[in-house]
Design a protein around this ligand. Structure first.
Ligand SMILES: NC(=O)c1ccc[n+]([C@@H]2O[C@H](COP(=O)([O-])OP(=O)(O)OC[C@H]3O[C@@H](n4cnc5c(N)ncnc54)[C@H](O)[C@@H]3O)[C@@H](O)[C@H]2O)c1
Length: 250
């Protein structure tokens, strides 16, 4: 028996990194999965791996910056599995690391569109299905939003917008039995590790600053926390959890 047996979870940006780590952890606990992202072949490859674990999985191609992607993913989830219990808004285009005054409209649209608007579109479109039996939404914030960071202007705007809408909707939708929490990971995803692959000598320096002396693993660490937040036993809502080995202690 898994703690998510019979439950249906949508994971955006589920083809790699934290999103796929969460999907794997959900599959371990018996969830049926809807993976969405922009590149269908990548999602299908990961779906095969999850099916080998015994999970039922469908994939839906879409760009979360478009409301149509949220509508389509929700419709496909209902068509395939008949319900939605968990929504993980994980998709986010990479931060620009360009000084804020130089960030172009295209960069703003990509970063805020994928992070903040994508999260809002999926929350709104999934609300009715989640409210039928209650459920859990897990959104993704960041240290760069909570504390600021060089060149992180648009990314921080997206991530703090996400935390804001998570708290507001947690109050609105608690009456519907929907809990909404934000995870701020510090996790070794493909995106996160790009810098350290180029600069391997920097990883031990960064990790030595962490209370637990290592960044999180996407599956073992972030995935397990996401399972807890998704599980029917969890009584937490409107909160931010920093799953980063003890980097941020607000
Ligand atoms: N890894 C970390 O330490 C860390 C730190 C802070 C915040 N986060 C947040 O956690 C989440 C996952 O991060 P990650 O490190 O795994 O990132 P990643 O870059 O490895 O993965 C992000 C995924 O989102 C997808 N995506 C991007 N734009 C999209 C769009 N418009 N439509 C659909 N899919 C899109 C990408 O294709 C990719 O699959 C993100 O929201 C990120 O901001 C991660």
């Amino acid at each position: 028996m898994g703690v998510l047996d019979g439950m249906v979870a949508i994971v955006t940006g589920g083809g790699q990194g934290v999103g796929y780590g969460i999907a794997r952890a959900f599959a371990d606990e018996g969830a049926k999965l809807v993976l969405t992202g922009r590149v269908l072949e990548k999602l299908d490859g990961k779906a095969e791996q999850l099916r080998a674990q015994g999970a039922e999985v469908i994939t839906v191609a879409g760009d979360v910056r478009q409301r149509g992607a949220a509508k389509d993913t929700v419709a496909r989830a209902i068509e395939a599995f008949g319900r939605i219990d968990v929504l993980v808004n994980n998709a986010q285009s990479t931060p620009t690391h360009v000084s804020f005054e130089q960030q172009t409209d295209e960069q703003l649209e990509s970063v805020i569109g994928s992070g903040l608007f994508g999260t809002i579109y999926f929350m709104q479109e999934a609300h009715a299905a989640l409210a039928k039996q209650g459920g859990s939404i897990i959104n993704m914030g960041s240290l760069m939003g909570v504390q600021g960071g060089l060149g992180s202007g648009s990314y921080a705007a997206a991530k703090e917008g996400i935390r804001g809408v998570s708290r507001a909707a947690a109050r609105d939708w608690g009456k519907d039995g929907i809990r909404i929490n934000t995870i701020c990971p510090g996790a070794k995803s493909e995106g996160f590790m790009e810098f350290f692959v180029q600069n391997p000598e920097e990883l031990p320096k960064y990790e030595s600053q962490l209370a637990l002396r290592r960044f999180a693993e996407c599956y073992e660490d972030v995935g397990r926390i996401a399972v807890y937040l998704a599980s029917p036993d969890c009584f937490i809502t409107g909160q931010t959890l920093h799953v980063d080995g003890g980097q941020v202690m607000p």
